[in-house]
Design a protein around this ligand. Structure first.
Ligand code: FRU
Length: 488
């Protein structure tokens, strides 16, 4: 692998020299150049947070997958590290696909999918996928050890291992597609994490499977406890689900199933699939635990097959902010808020005075290129439509006719447009905590009851943020914002 790592590092440095910055994030993790998709191997190991990612260092487009790598002391300020994995061995000829990390006895283990096209490149009907491992002593340089888990009979699409330790055993969930082209997540276990020359037993149970005949694959499964009462969430990214009214509007979605589970018992489902995020760009989230016991998740803030204007700057793809996940038992759903560490980016606090707008708009902030904004709006407002305009093509507003909070994008020059929305939360106040970066917006509604993650691509270099009310009055109860420091 050494030679291929050297080659890819060289290719990446050429791209870094060409990389543009108009859309490049100031406080979200992105590859230094080239392509990035799923978060991989998120972990706290030996005093540092590690984030790996699906990476193509040769261009801004998806290609043979490498694992990019960054480390951090606080999950916010990231330092790029050398590329961790390059594909091309017998078992990962066509790519080192997604997976997870384990910190064990001082070493860092990466579990990933060795992807192999058996016919033409890109021909998904003939592939071989097996779970592989790579090990590091120093947390930076990895030695590949080959396959640790072969696909059970009948499974060709078999990828994205997530490994954890519980009650004396190692467990692994893997995303799969069965012989009838239905999405599933398979569960494996092993007494040992890794023994040279030995594989995990590939006897499995089906932890979860689709009840929607259109769903042909579950990618990137994650499985973790959400309460002290054996409640667990399976978070995964189904492919094939069709849009239904306001839901499932992205090409693929990511969401959760909640239920009860204990080792050697089936997963007892409580409820149905709920999307984790309601924006245009959110996929393949992965979670890990912090030393103080928080469950934190990051997702890929993009969507497959969508236009990515940053490609003109020789990079594409970034992560969401790290978000703490909690379980809201009363609503039987997960909530996400940014980890408290993001507050370290704040410059001086700016207060926005309460105000009522009547059929007008005013400028709130004249340069939003790196901003955290916290607004409380009255839901008693009678305006037909009120909220925020960002730059030339983004609006976030309460639609008092449909009773929904809507995030709408309109960038015809990039062929990007369309709205995502959520029902208005109960109560008479709407709290919006908003993070605006150079080409992304994340919105946390009512302390994480709902979130939106979307990319935006303005022609102008500087965007202004305006508050507006159309056909009636709207009241801002209070507001504050901070310019944020760059993490780079
Ligand atoms: C999800 C995914 C994974 C796969 C990886 C390939 O976005 O399709 O299933 O491992 O991306 O880059």
């Amino acid at each position: 692998m050494k030679h291929r790592l050297e080659q890819s590092t060289k290719a990446l440095s050429t791209l870094i020299e060409k990389r543009g910055n108009k859309f490049y994030p100031q406080f979200h993790l992105a590859a230094p150049a080239g392509w990035l998709n799923d978060p991989n191997g998120l972990i706290y190991h030996d005093g540092l947070y590690h984030a790996f990612y699906q990476h193509h260092p040769y261009s801004q487009d998806w290609g043979p997958m490498h694992w990019g790598h960054a480390t951090s002391t606080d999950m916010i300020h990231w330092q790029h590290q050398p590329i961790a994995l390059a594909p091309g061995d017998d078992y990962d000829k066509s790519g080192c696909f997604s997976g997870s990390a384990i910190s064990h006895e001082g070493k860092l283990y990466l579990f990933y999918t060795g992807h192999n096209w058996l016919a033409d490149e890109g021909d998904d009907s003939q592939i071989y996928e097996a779970q592989c491992v790579a090990i590091s002593e120093d947390g930076i340089h990895f030695e590949k050890k080959g396959i640790v888990l072969e696909p059970p009979k009948g499974y060709m699409h078999f990828r994205d291992p997530k490994v954890w330790y519980q009650e004396g055993k190692w467990w692994m969930v893997v995303g799969a597609r069965d012989e009838k082209d239905q999405g599933q997540v398979l569960l494996f276990s092993s007494d040992t994490l890794f023994v040279e020359g030995q594989q995990w037993n590939n006897d499995y149970t089906v932890l979860g499977k689709t009840d929607d005949k259109n769903v042909y694959m579950w990618e990137c499964p994650d499985f973790f406890p959400i309460s002290q009462e054996n409640e667990f969430a399976i978070v995964f990214s189904p492919q094939g689900k069709r849009a239904e009214g306001y839901q499932y509007r992205n090409l693929f979605q990511s969401g959760a199933l909640i239920g009860k589970w204990a080792p050697n018992q089936p997963f007892k489902l409580q409820g149905h699939f709920i999307e984790l995020d309601n924006g245009h760009d959110y996929y393949a989230p992965q979670s890990f635990t912090t030393p103080d016991g928080r469950r934190v998740s990051m997702g890929w803030m993009d969507m497959w097959n969508s236009p990515m204007p940053s490609k003109s700057e020789f990079w594409s793809g970034c992560f969401t902010l790290p978000r703490e996940i909690t379980f809201d038992k009363s609503k039987n759903r997960l909530r996400m808020i940014p980890v408290k560490e993001v507050e370290s980016l704040r410059q001086e606090k700016q207060t926005i005075q309460p105000l009522t707008l009547s059929n007008q708009s005013i400028e709130l902030i004249n340069n939003t290129s790196a901003i955290e904004l916290n607004l409380t709006l009255s839901l008693d407002s009678l305006a037909e439509k009120f909220g925020l305009w960002l730059g030339e093509g983004l609006e976030l507003f309460v639609d008092n006719q449909s009773h929904r909070l809507v995030l709408n994008r309109h960038y015809p020059q990039h062929n990007i447009s369309g709205a995502r929305s959520i029902p208005l939360p109960e109560g008479c106040e709407l709290n919006l905590r908003i993070f605006i970066d150079r080409s992304s917006i994340e919105i946390f509604v009512n302390k994480g009851e709902f979130t939106f993650s979307s990319r935006y691509y303005d022609q102008q270099d500087i965007q202004t943020l305006r508050l507006f009310a159309i056909n009636g009055d709207a009241t801002l109860i209070n507001g504050e914002y901070w310019q944020l420091n760059s993490i780079y």
